[in-house]
Design a protein around this ligand. Sequence first.
Ligand SMILES: [Zn+2]
Length: 339
Amino acid sequence: MMRKGVLAVVLVMVLSATAAAESTYLEQILVRTGASLQWDPYRQHGTISRGSEMVSFGIGRETAVVNLEELYRIEPPRRAEGSILFGPRFVSLALRLFPPRETLRRVGAIFIDAGHGGRDPGAIGRHEIEGELKELREKDLVLDVSLALARMLEERFPDKTIVLSRNDDTYLTLEERTDLANAIPMAPNESVLFVSVHANASLNTRARGFEVWVLPPEFRRRNLVSAERTGVDDPDVLSILNTMREEELTLESVLLARNVLSGLDAAVGDRSPNRGIREESWYVVRNARMPSVLVEIGFVTNREEFQLLQRRDYLQEITRGIYNGVVNFVDNFEEVGLE
Ligand SMILES: [Zn+2]
Protein backbone atom coordinates (compact mmCIF):
# COMPACT_ATOMS: atom_id res chain seq x y z
CA MET A 1 0.00 0.00 0.00
CA MET A 2 2.57 2.45 1.15
CA ARG A 3 5.06 1.64 -1.55
CA LYS A 4 2.37 1.97 -4.13
CA GLY A 5 1.44 5.37 -2.67
CA VAL A 6 5.00 6.60 -2.79
CA LEU A 7 5.40 5.36 -6.33
CA ALA A 8 2.21 7.14 -7.36
CA VAL A 9 3.43 10.38 -5.81
CA VAL A 10 6.77 10.08 -7.60
CA LEU A 11 5.00 9.30 -10.86
CA VAL A 12 2.68 12.26 -10.46
CA MET A 13 5.68 14.48 -9.77
CA VAL A 14 7.52 13.21 -12.84
CA LEU A 15 4.42 13.56 -14.99
CA SER A 16 3.64 17.06 -13.83
CA ALA A 17 7.26 18.12 -14.24
CA THR A 18 7.21 16.84 -17.83
CA ALA A 19 3.83 18.41 -18.40
CA ALA A 20 5.00 21.76 -17.06
CA ALA A 21 8.09 21.66 -19.26
CA GLU A 22 6.35 20.61 -22.45
CA SER A 23 2.82 21.88 -22.12
CA THR A 24 1.43 24.28 -24.63
CA TYR A 25 -1.47 26.59 -23.98
CA LEU A 26 -4.53 26.46 -26.15
CA GLU A 27 -4.04 30.01 -27.35
CA GLN A 28 -0.46 29.38 -28.44
CA ILE A 29 -1.77 26.65 -30.73
CA LEU A 30 -4.55 28.89 -32.05
CA VAL A 31 -2.20 31.81 -32.67
CA ARG A 32 0.46 29.66 -34.36
CA THR A 33 -1.92 27.83 -36.63
CA GLY A 34 -4.60 30.45 -37.20
CA ALA A 35 -7.17 27.76 -36.35
CA SER A 36 -10.22 28.41 -34.21
CA LEU A 37 -11.81 26.58 -31.30
CA GLN A 38 -15.32 25.36 -30.63
CA TRP A 39 -15.72 24.52 -26.97
CA ASP A 40 -18.44 22.53 -25.27
CA PRO A 41 -18.27 23.42 -21.55
CA TYR A 42 -20.67 20.67 -20.48
CA ARG A 43 -18.82 17.83 -22.14
CA GLN A 44 -15.43 19.52 -21.59
CA HIS A 45 -14.85 18.78 -25.20
CA GLY A 46 -13.30 20.93 -27.91
CA THR A 47 -12.76 20.99 -31.64
CA ILE A 48 -9.99 22.96 -33.27
CA SER A 49 -10.54 23.59 -36.96
CA ARG A 50 -9.15 25.45 -39.93
CA GLY A 51 -10.69 25.16 -43.37
CA SER A 52 -11.92 21.60 -43.81
CA GLU A 53 -9.54 20.05 -41.24
CA MET A 54 -10.50 19.49 -37.62
CA VAL A 55 -9.25 17.76 -34.52
CA SER A 56 -11.37 17.02 -31.44
CA PHE A 57 -10.19 16.42 -27.90
CA GLY A 58 -11.61 16.08 -24.42
CA ILE A 59 -10.22 17.09 -21.06
CA GLY A 60 -8.44 14.06 -19.55
CA ARG A 61 -8.96 11.92 -22.63
CA GLU A 62 -6.09 10.06 -24.23
CA THR A 63 -7.35 10.17 -27.77
CA ALA A 64 -7.79 12.95 -30.26
CA VAL A 65 -10.06 12.48 -33.26
CA VAL A 66 -9.01 13.91 -36.61
CA ASN A 67 -11.74 14.74 -39.12
CA LEU A 68 -14.23 12.64 -37.14
CA GLU A 69 -12.53 9.36 -38.05
CA GLU A 70 -8.82 8.94 -37.31
CA LEU A 71 -7.84 8.33 -33.70
CA TYR A 72 -4.54 9.52 -32.27
CA ARG A 73 -3.07 8.80 -28.86
CA ILE A 74 -2.17 12.00 -27.05
CA GLU A 75 -1.18 13.13 -23.58
CA PRO A 76 -4.53 13.92 -21.94
CA PRO A 77 -5.26 17.65 -22.24
CA ARG A 78 -5.78 19.18 -18.82
CA ARG A 79 -7.22 22.28 -17.29
CA ALA A 80 -4.97 24.43 -15.18
CA GLU A 81 -6.59 27.44 -13.56
CA GLY A 82 -9.32 27.31 -16.15
CA SER A 83 -6.93 27.00 -19.05
CA ILE A 84 -6.29 24.05 -21.33
CA LEU A 85 -2.80 22.62 -21.59
CA PHE A 86 -1.74 20.18 -24.29
CA GLY A 87 1.20 17.80 -24.47
CA PRO A 88 3.72 17.56 -27.33
CA ARG A 89 1.86 14.83 -29.22
CA PHE A 90 -1.24 16.92 -29.58
CA VAL A 91 0.81 19.97 -30.54
CA SER A 92 2.66 18.14 -33.33
CA LEU A 93 -0.63 16.67 -34.53
CA ALA A 94 -2.16 20.16 -34.67
CA LEU A 95 0.87 21.58 -36.48
CA ARG A 96 0.73 18.76 -39.03
CA LEU A 97 -2.97 19.29 -39.56
CA PHE A 98 -2.77 23.09 -39.68
CA PRO A 99 0.72 23.94 -40.98
CA PRO A 100 1.58 27.48 -39.84
CA ARG A 101 1.32 29.88 -42.75
CA GLU A 102 4.36 31.79 -43.92
CA THR A 103 3.64 35.07 -42.25
CA LEU A 104 1.07 34.35 -39.65
CA ARG A 105 1.61 37.37 -37.50
CA ARG A 106 1.34 40.59 -39.31
CA VAL A 107 1.15 44.23 -38.34
CA GLY A 108 -1.92 45.34 -40.29
CA ALA A 109 -1.98 48.96 -39.16
CA ILE A 110 0.01 51.53 -37.26
CA PHE A 111 -1.90 54.12 -35.27
CA ILE A 112 0.02 57.32 -34.55
CA ASP A 113 -1.46 59.44 -31.83
CA ALA A 114 -0.28 63.05 -31.83
CA GLY A 115 -0.87 64.07 -28.20
CA HIS A 116 -3.13 66.96 -27.16
CA GLY A 117 -4.39 69.45 -29.79
CA GLY A 118 -6.97 72.24 -30.16
CA ARG A 119 -7.85 73.83 -26.82
CA ASP A 120 -5.39 71.50 -25.08
CA PRO A 121 -1.88 72.78 -25.83
CA GLY A 122 -0.12 70.19 -23.65
CA ALA A 123 3.18 71.27 -22.14
CA ILE A 124 4.31 74.82 -22.87
CA GLY A 125 7.93 75.92 -22.78
CA ARG A 126 8.93 79.58 -22.67
CA HIS A 127 12.52 80.69 -22.70
CA GLU A 128 14.35 83.88 -23.41
CA ILE A 129 16.82 83.09 -26.14
CA GLU A 130 19.19 85.89 -27.15
CA GLY A 131 16.95 88.54 -25.67
CA GLU A 132 13.81 87.21 -27.33
CA LEU A 133 10.98 85.35 -25.58
CA LYS A 134 10.29 82.10 -27.44
CA GLU A 135 7.50 79.62 -26.89
CA LEU A 136 6.98 75.97 -27.83
CA ARG A 137 3.71 74.12 -27.42
CA GLU A 138 3.66 70.37 -27.10
CA LYS A 139 0.63 70.00 -29.38
CA ASP A 140 2.53 71.63 -32.29
CA LEU A 141 5.77 69.71 -31.75
CA VAL A 142 4.09 66.33 -31.58
CA LEU A 143 1.89 67.07 -34.61
CA ASP A 144 5.01 67.85 -36.69
CA VAL A 145 6.68 64.62 -35.59
CA SER A 146 3.51 62.53 -36.03
CA LEU A 147 2.77 63.84 -39.53
CA ALA A 148 6.32 63.18 -40.68
CA LEU A 149 6.33 59.75 -39.01
CA ALA A 150 3.09 58.81 -40.78
CA ARG A 151 4.49 59.86 -44.15
CA MET A 152 7.65 57.81 -43.66
CA LEU A 153 5.73 54.74 -42.51
CA GLU A 154 3.29 55.02 -45.44
CA GLU A 155 6.23 54.98 -47.80
CA ARG A 156 7.95 52.07 -46.07
CA PHE A 157 4.79 49.97 -45.63
CA PRO A 158 2.43 50.66 -48.55
CA ASP A 159 0.46 47.52 -47.62
CA LYS A 160 -0.28 48.66 -44.07
CA THR A 161 -2.88 51.12 -42.89
CA ILE A 162 -1.30 54.15 -41.25
CA VAL A 163 -3.79 56.14 -39.18
CA LEU A 164 -3.26 59.46 -37.40
CA SER A 165 -5.41 60.42 -34.41
CA ARG A 166 -5.36 63.98 -35.78
CA ASN A 167 -3.64 65.65 -38.72
CA ASP A 168 -4.38 69.21 -37.67
CA ASP A 169 -4.87 71.28 -34.54
CA THR A 170 -7.95 69.38 -33.32
CA TYR A 171 -8.97 68.50 -29.80
CA LEU A 172 -9.68 64.83 -29.06
CA THR A 173 -10.40 63.21 -25.73
CA LEU A 174 -8.18 60.32 -24.65
CA GLU A 175 -11.16 58.02 -25.08
CA GLU A 176 -11.71 59.17 -28.66
CA ARG A 177 -8.10 58.36 -29.46
CA THR A 178 -8.22 54.78 -28.19
CA ASP A 179 -11.68 54.28 -29.71
CA LEU A 180 -10.29 55.26 -33.12
CA ALA A 181 -7.42 52.82 -32.74
CA ASN A 182 -9.59 49.99 -31.42
CA ALA A 183 -12.00 50.46 -34.33
CA ILE A 184 -9.41 49.70 -37.02
CA PRO A 185 -10.52 46.40 -38.59
CA MET A 186 -8.09 43.52 -38.17
CA ALA A 187 -7.81 40.00 -39.51
CA PRO A 188 -7.48 37.42 -36.68
CA ASN A 189 -3.69 37.26 -36.95
CA GLU A 190 -3.15 40.95 -37.52
CA SER A 191 -2.10 43.52 -34.99
CA VAL A 192 -2.36 47.26 -34.81
CA LEU A 193 0.53 49.14 -33.23
CA PHE A 194 -0.29 52.17 -31.11
CA VAL A 195 2.34 54.91 -30.86
CA SER A 196 1.44 58.03 -28.90
CA VAL A 197 3.79 61.01 -29.28
CA HIS A 198 4.22 63.56 -26.47
CA ALA A 199 6.69 66.13 -25.18
CA ASN A 200 7.57 66.53 -21.54
CA ALA A 201 7.53 69.29 -18.95
CA SER A 202 8.90 69.41 -15.43
CA LEU A 203 9.10 71.88 -12.56
CA ASN A 204 12.70 70.79 -12.40
CA THR A 205 14.12 72.80 -15.28
CA ARG A 206 17.20 70.58 -15.36
CA ALA A 207 15.15 67.52 -16.34
CA ARG A 208 15.80 66.56 -19.96
CA GLY A 209 15.92 63.59 -22.28
CA PHE A 210 13.59 61.20 -24.05
CA GLU A 211 11.73 58.20 -22.66
CA VAL A 212 9.21 55.57 -23.70
CA TRP A 213 6.29 54.49 -21.53
CA VAL A 214 4.61 51.11 -21.45
CA LEU A 215 1.85 49.79 -19.27
CA PRO A 216 2.45 47.32 -16.46
CA PRO A 217 0.36 44.14 -16.95
CA GLU A 218 -1.89 44.73 -13.92
CA PHE A 219 -3.37 47.79 -15.60
CA ARG A 220 -4.35 46.05 -18.80
CA ARG A 221 -8.05 45.98 -19.44
CA ARG A 222 -9.83 42.65 -19.60
CA ASN A 223 -11.98 41.38 -22.43
CA LEU A 224 -9.30 41.54 -25.09
CA VAL A 225 -10.34 38.12 -26.33
CA SER A 226 -14.01 37.98 -27.21
CA ALA A 227 -16.30 34.99 -27.18
CA GLU A 228 -17.36 35.78 -30.73
CA ARG A 229 -13.89 35.84 -32.11
CA THR A 230 -12.61 32.62 -30.55
CA GLY A 231 -15.85 30.67 -30.49
CA VAL A 232 -15.15 29.96 -26.79
CA ASP A 233 -18.10 30.49 -24.51
CA ASP A 234 -16.70 29.03 -21.30
CA PRO A 235 -16.02 32.04 -19.06
CA ASP A 236 -13.12 30.23 -17.37
CA VAL A 237 -11.36 29.61 -20.66
CA LEU A 238 -12.09 33.13 -21.89
CA SER A 239 -10.62 34.51 -18.70
CA ILE A 240 -7.36 32.63 -19.07
CA LEU A 241 -7.18 33.48 -22.77
CA ASN A 242 -7.51 37.12 -21.75
CA THR A 243 -4.70 36.81 -19.24
CA MET A 244 -2.45 35.28 -21.87
CA ARG A 245 -3.34 37.99 -24.35
CA GLU A 246 -2.57 40.60 -21.72
CA GLU A 247 0.83 39.07 -21.12
CA GLU A 248 1.51 38.85 -24.83
CA LEU A 249 0.49 42.48 -25.33
CA THR A 250 2.66 43.62 -22.46
CA LEU A 251 5.62 41.70 -23.83
CA GLU A 252 5.03 43.12 -27.30
CA SER A 253 4.67 46.63 -25.91
CA VAL A 254 7.96 46.31 -24.05
CA LEU A 255 9.66 45.04 -27.22
CA LEU A 256 8.20 47.94 -29.20
CA ALA A 257 9.32 50.37 -26.48
CA ARG A 258 12.83 48.93 -26.51
CA ASN A 259 13.05 49.29 -30.28
CA VAL A 260 11.78 52.88 -30.27
CA LEU A 261 14.10 53.77 -27.42
CA SER A 262 17.18 52.44 -29.21
CA GLY A 263 16.05 54.15 -32.43
CA LEU A 264 15.90 57.46 -30.54
CA ASP A 265 19.17 56.74 -28.79
CA ALA A 266 20.93 56.19 -32.12
CA ALA A 267 19.34 59.31 -33.60
CA VAL A 268 19.71 61.91 -30.83
CA GLY A 269 21.39 60.09 -27.92
CA ASP A 270 24.49 62.25 -28.35
CA ARG A 271 22.47 65.38 -27.55
CA SER A 272 19.65 64.21 -25.32
CA PRO A 273 19.86 61.72 -22.43
CA ASN A 274 18.11 58.37 -22.72
CA ARG A 275 15.77 58.16 -19.72
CA GLY A 276 14.82 54.58 -20.50
CA ILE A 277 11.59 52.61 -20.44
CA ARG A 278 8.98 53.61 -17.92
CA GLU A 279 5.80 52.00 -16.72
CA GLU A 280 2.65 53.86 -15.91
CA SER A 281 -1.08 53.53 -16.05
CA TRP A 282 -1.56 56.06 -18.82
CA TYR A 283 -5.17 56.00 -19.89
CA VAL A 284 -4.28 56.45 -23.53
CA VAL A 285 -2.08 53.35 -23.43
CA ARG A 286 -4.27 51.37 -21.06
CA ASN A 287 -7.33 51.31 -23.24
CA ALA A 288 -5.65 50.44 -26.50
CA ARG A 289 -6.09 46.70 -27.05
CA MET A 290 -2.84 46.36 -28.95
CA PRO A 291 0.91 46.71 -28.45
CA SER A 292 1.13 50.33 -27.31
CA VAL A 293 3.80 52.80 -26.34
CA LEU A 294 3.91 56.45 -25.42
CA VAL A 295 7.01 58.36 -26.52
CA GLU A 296 8.14 61.50 -24.72
CA ILE A 297 10.47 63.22 -27.17
CA GLY A 298 12.05 65.72 -24.76
CA PHE A 299 11.46 68.46 -22.18
CA VAL A 300 10.24 71.86 -23.35
CA THR A 301 11.00 73.18 -19.84
CA ASN A 302 14.71 72.55 -20.19
CA ARG A 303 16.50 75.43 -21.87
CA GLU A 304 18.99 73.36 -23.88
CA GLU A 305 16.42 70.84 -24.97
CA PHE A 306 14.00 73.64 -25.84
CA GLN A 307 16.60 75.00 -28.23
CA LEU A 308 17.01 71.60 -29.82
CA LEU A 309 13.25 71.03 -30.11
CA GLN A 310 12.88 74.39 -31.86
CA ARG A 311 14.95 73.12 -34.75
CA ARG A 312 13.29 71.41 -37.70
CA ASP A 313 16.29 69.20 -38.36
CA TYR A 314 16.27 68.01 -34.74
CA LEU A 315 12.59 67.06 -34.97
CA GLN A 316 13.39 65.20 -38.18
CA GLU A 317 16.04 63.22 -36.35
CA ILE A 318 13.61 62.45 -33.53
CA THR A 319 11.12 61.25 -36.16
CA ARG A 320 13.78 59.13 -37.85
CA GLY A 321 14.61 57.54 -34.48
CA ILE A 322 10.99 56.59 -33.74
CA TYR A 323 10.56 55.40 -37.33
CA ASN A 324 13.61 53.12 -37.16
CA GLY A 325 12.37 51.65 -33.89
CA VAL A 326 8.91 50.91 -35.29
CA VAL A 327 10.34 49.42 -38.50
CA ASN A 328 12.69 47.16 -36.51
CA PHE A 329 9.86 45.97 -34.33
CA VAL A 330 7.61 45.25 -37.33
CA ASP A 331 10.36 43.31 -39.12
CA ASN A 332 11.01 41.10 -36.10
CA PHE A 333 7.34 40.70 -35.26
CA GLU A 334 6.46 39.51 -38.73
CA GLU A 335 9.50 37.29 -39.21
CA VAL A 336 9.74 35.21 -36.11
CA GLY A 337 6.88 36.11 -33.83
CA LEU A 338 7.34 35.69 -30.11
CA GLU A 339 7.13 31.94 -29.70
ZN1 LIG B 1 1.59 65.18 -23.36
